[in-house]
Design a protein around this ligand. Structure first.
Ligand SMILES: [Fe+2]
Length: 303
């Protein structure tokens, strides 16, 4: 592995050992020497107990995958406070005001995914970086506001066309769905194992317009077939360990690692027989589909 072979737990220990105060972030995600993914990226974030990030209000779409959180940690998104627990996904579509508030008893650690590379390609980087001081975005909406008004039912008083709401996908429910598919012997894809894609309550499409957030179970002993697609995928290993072959080169991974699959690169996954492995990933295939570029090819060879 490359520079991305960094355990978030190690980052957190390092930060505490150096008595760092405030928000700390580490860019990760490049598996090609000296290169980074062009469209989407991941960063590791550690927020000490009792701290709050500045409020982000940007054209980038942003997803938080929670690695660790104290019991009272929240993400305040457009006025609703979403609780944070390990394994949760919080999505904040473009122009959502959002800020993470770490609880008082432990640091909060998350992997943040965003589409800033894509915006820069489009010449929109000038709208990036608008942050507001913490405290200007209080949690004024009741729990469940977005679920009630823009979920399975919609609030008719909301003016204008609906846009994707911010939202929380509870890790406990994600794990239960993966386990149900495994136990029911359902949902097994030749190239991806059991793969769940998070969807927006607005239209059932990917959670964010530009990239998809996904959760994948590589069951014990599974060897997948190879495929390639001209979208970029970045993986974060949430649980377990395994091996992925990318462009003919094998890469071992274990909990806390991040690795990238560049566009149009053959790849396949393997779990040699340890506990089931769980991978969180982001993939810019929704952008490629919308622009008419998307293509996927499966290997004839099945292991
Ligand atoms: Fe793939």
């Amino acid at each position: 592995m490359t520079e991305v072979d960094t355990s978030l737990e190690e980052l957190n220990r390092w930060m505490l050992a150096h008595h760092m105060q405030g928000f700390w972030t580490q860019e990760i995600g490049a598996s090609r020497p000296g290169e980074k993914p062009e469209t989407i990226s991941l960063q590791a974030h550690t927020l000490p107990p009792g701290e709050r990030t500045a409020v982000r209000y940007e054209a980038t779409s942003y997803a938080h995958f929670v690695v660790q959180a104290s019991p009272d940690a929240t993400c305040v998104s457009d006025g609703q406070a979403f609780p944070l627990e390990a394994g949760d996904l919080i999505v904040n579509p473009a122009w959502t005001e959002h800020s993470v508030v770490s609880g008082g008893s432990a640091p909060t650690i998350w992997v943040g995914a965003e589409d800033i590379g894509l915006l820069k390609h489009l010449g929109l980087q000038t709208v990036d970086g608008q942050t507001r001081p913490a405290g200007l975005s209080p949690a004024v909406k009741p729990d469940g506001y977005f679920e009630a008004t823009q979920g399975q039912m919609s609030d008719a008083s909301l003016a204008g066309p609906a846009r994707r709401p911010p939202g929380r996908y509870a890790g406990s429910e994600t794990m239960a769905q993966l386990a149900a598919l495994r136990d029911g012997r359902l949902g097994m894809d030749q190239a991806d194992g059991i793969l769940l894609r998070f969807t927006s309550p607005l239209d059932g499409a990917p959670t964010l317009p530009t990239f998809s957030c996904e959760m994948q179970l590589i069951t014990s002993g599974l060897r997948t077939a190879a495929h390639r697609h001209n979208s970029t995928a970045i993986y974060y290993v949430f649980r377990g360990e395994g091996w992925t072959e990318i462009a003919g080169e094998g890469r071992e991974w274990s909990q806390g690692d991040v690795f990238e699959v560049p566009p149009w690169t053959w790849h396949r996954h393997e779990n040699a027989g340890g506990p089931d492995a769980i991978l969180f990933s982001v993939d810019d295939w929704p952008t490629m589909v919308k622009m008419g570029f998307y293509r996927i090819e499966r290997s004839e060879h099945t292991p």
